[in-house]
Design a protein around this ligand. Sequence first.
Ligand code: F0G
Length: 461
Amino acid sequence: MKFLTAEPFRIKMVERIRKTTKEERQKYLIEAGYNAFRLKAEDVYIDCLTDSGTSAMSNEQWSALMLGDESYAGCKSFYRFEESVKNVFGLPYVQPTHQGRAADYIMAQVYAKRGMYAIGNMHFDTFRGNAEMLGALAVDYVIDDGANANDKYHPFKGNIDLNKMQSLIDEKGKENISVVIITVTCNNNGGQPVSMQNIREVSTLAKKYDIPVVLDSARFAENAYFIQQREEGYQNTPIKQITREMFSYCETATMSSKKDGLVNIGGFLTTRNKEVFEIANQLAIVHEGYITYGGMAGRDMEALAVGLQEVCDKDYLEYRVNQVKYLGDRLKMYGVPIIEPTGGHGVYVDGRKFFPQMLQSEFPSQRLVVALYEEAGVRAVELGACAFGSKDPVTKEPIWPELETMRIAISRRVYTDSHMDVIANALGEIYKNRLNYRGLKLVHEGKITSLRHFTAGFELL
Ligand code: F0G
């Protein structure tokens, strides 16, 4: 007999969330320039803007906070955190940072080189920004099945296309490629996993040409769970054994602890290369803090040490990934077009298919973000024309991205399946009325186009 299972936790403390009226939300939207980042969190009913730093901590993590040793150098909390990282990642050197992008900054200083290529499946914005500031050329070589929003099944849509990687090496020469970065899971195209085979093959190819491999590992445990579920030969392999194998193929890994660290702030860089570690130590001293705290409080390192262990629990991961799938399945029931299969940390709705009447210059996915907040007080985020759009450096003509999605990111251990039902139902209703919507006009963007989604202002067309 197969028993049903539910969340592998019970709730000990609750936080009130406020319902608002549609009229109130229309007013808040005008005040926010139709940009969800500019809404006040207290005016949001279900917040799916991001899964970053929004996890609920466990009783074990809260009690670990009290053990925080706040000594400037060599605090006990650092050693507990370091041991936990080594246990999960298997790399010998660990540099804490205040969050993931600080580790990206250090990593870019080491691995991104002016005029040289940084190959990735899809680079996350914070590495890309750091790399581009250093004059490096960041290229995305995710497999074709993962390059656009579609519902075609592929178990590992985050994989790197080895042929594209080989061609670039042949064409430009290995001396012009400074690093390969594999983002696990691949955030930009739906939280899609990368297979162990792909990580292994990318690493073998890179090794052949002496190119270092880095894992951007913000959602490493979700990736490991997908490997266990979908990849031949891993069904009976424990999660931690999978994570250690994943990281055995890289020289360095960066981490945003705000995701699979199950904490609200923090990051780190871990490496097997002593020289890289020494550079990281010095950069940390200048930008983050002394080597053994790197911008984190001792108590936060304690909570992270516990979180890294909890996230490798198979029951937790099963609940986590299945909650995302549950939302995806409900949306499909309503006919809402989503990227399939659903990934690890959210559901990505295909903005172009949802609003076929809108051009990309009318920001269909952003329009959907606005509609979802207006109707149900649910905040999602646009990953499309506004976030990924760019401009031709010479003509300044807009360049529209391949991906046009709205991400509904699910916070870890925070919302119940009833909240998922509310989201699905609201989007289902909007979908029924989809032809009555018109797009948006971008009326304000800052100087740096790649950062405009945080501050942009829109008007309804
Ligand atoms: N790498 C990946 C793959 C990420 O998704 C993020 C953050 C970072 C690095 C940077 O980490 O926020 O701790 O500095 N992603 C968040 C998101 C912001 O909403 O997807 P951070």
